[in-house]
Design a protein around this ligand. Structure first.
Ligand SMILES: [Zn+2]
Length: 416
């Protein structure tokens, strides 16, 4: 134990306490508003649907609280409990010092974390989602998905990790700059190939068939000055009945993907309004702005890692006796989120601002009224709570809470 141990323990305690406190508030707030549908939604959402959304959100939040507590315990075991040191000893017993040993250490930790995550994932899917009628997945499909994800992570992750470890070992004090360049290249590459290489491994994508809807969507695209080749429908209904639409890829892989569950629920005018919102994100360069932020912040973090891995107190303070480049990477990625947790509200605020901007864009290019009815249907179908705790929402919500978002749209609708 050294001073850094105390700093870390303080950060972990603070982040854990804050998370639990926010979740508790959220549950209490939702329960307090469970008895009545908020006035502005009273004619569109039944009391039954409102209470189902409240119970669903509380069930998910309770699971989140358990996850937070268990994660904190796991982190304590990995560091002060000697978990990471033991993994180092296992990999050192089998492999000589070098990139191979570093990869083995990272793989061991990944396996431990995956095994630990599994019961929570199973409970979420087969208890909570199942109970509220969202789950369409079988246990077989769940296992196949998990296996595929693991293989893909290994296929892309191992060469990437090997490359970073090699840079750390050979590039001297500037390794972090090279590692950053590799990481930026890797991220852009993954973003580009995801829609055509990876997504089809999990879902079937077929061109949109409905001629009327297609024509409508194409008119919107022309109006917005958009060239997209792929208008795809994804068979998301084989896993879950949650509905969505998204925009993905760039260059040749650029496409718009509609969940079949979304098309089944919304009428063509509503689909158009939802798509106009998604186009707004693209037109206003939200994806690029976000990427630019992530890339610049991560450059700073990599520099910080470069500094920390030279210091013995960083390793010893976290319960590791044998410093190595792979261990530095691991410690950094498991420890840092506890320090950056307090930045979460800023990220969420930034994201919510983009949502408002995209809504504004949608209103200019489609109809505000259609977007409102579409959103209400989606809130209802997805059992999203209409009464989140304001502090919890400010902290975590990437999308504005339903009442605020709809109120803004109604103002615009009234003005037109
Ligand atoms: Zn959005």
């Amino acid at each position: 134990m050294n001073t850094f141990s105390i700093v870390f323990l303080f950060a972990l305690a603070l982040a854990t306490f804050m998370r639990l406190w926010l979740d508790r508030r959220h549950i209490n707030h939702i329960r307090a508003h469970r008895a009545a549908v908020p006035g502005e939604f009273a004619d569109q959402i039944s009391l039954d649907a409102h209470q189902r959304a409240a119970d669903y959100t509380c069930a998910k939040t309770r699971l989140a609280m358990i996850t937070v507590a268990v994660e904190a315990a796991l982190l304590l075991w990995l560091t002060f409990g000697g978990g990471l040191q033991a993994m180092h000893e296992i990999s050192a017993a089998w492999l000589p010092e070098g990139i191979g040993r570093g990869l083995a250490l990272i793989a061991l930790l990944t396996i431990v974390m995956t095994v630990f995550e599994m019961p929570f994932s199973l409970y979420r899917t087969f208890r909570i989602e199942e109970r509220f009628g969202f789950n369409k997945m079988t246990l077989g499909l769940f296992c196949i998905d998990a296996l595929k994800s693991l293989l893909i992570a290994a296929l892309f992750g191992i060469p990437f990790a090997a490359c970073v470890l090699w840079l750390m070992a050979t590039m001297g004090v500037w390794w972090w700059l090279y590692a950053w360049l590799v990481w930026v290249g890797f991220s852009v590459f993954m973003y580009a190939v995801y829609p055509t290489w990876i997504a089809p491994l999990f879902n079937k994508f077929s061109p949109m068939q409905d001629a009327e809807l297609r024509a409508r969507v194409e008119r919107l695209l022309t109006r917005c000055g958009f060239k997209v080749k792929g208008l795809m429908v994804m068979d998301s209904s084989k896993r879950s009945s949650h509905g969505n639409a998204y925009f993905t890829g760039f260059g040749k892989s650029k496409r718009i993907v509609f969940f079949d569950t979304l098309l089944a629920r919304l009428n063509p005018a509503e689909v158009e309004a939802v798509l106009a919102h998604e186009l707004g994100h693209f037109k206003l360069r939200h994806v690029f702005k976000r990427m630019a932020w992530i890339f610049s912040v991560s450059l700073g973090f990599l520099w910080l890692l470069g500094y920390l891995m030279e210091k013995d107190w960083f390793f010893h303070g976290l319960g590791v006796a044998t410093p190595s480049t792979a261990m530095a990477l691991i410690l950094f990625f498991v420890v840092v989120p506890n320090f950056t947790f307090l930045l979460q509200p800023l990220l969420s605020m930034y994201s919510r601002r983009h949502e408002f901007e995209a809504d504004q864009y949608a209103v200019q290019n489609a109809s505000a009224r259609d977007l409102i009815t579409a959103l209400v249907k989606l809130y209802k179908d997805n059992a999203s709570t209409l009464t989140p705790d304001p502090v919890h929402s400010a902290f975590y919500d990437s999308h504005p809470p339903a009442p605020i978002r709809i109120a803004r749209l109604q103002q615009t609708a009234a003005a037109t």
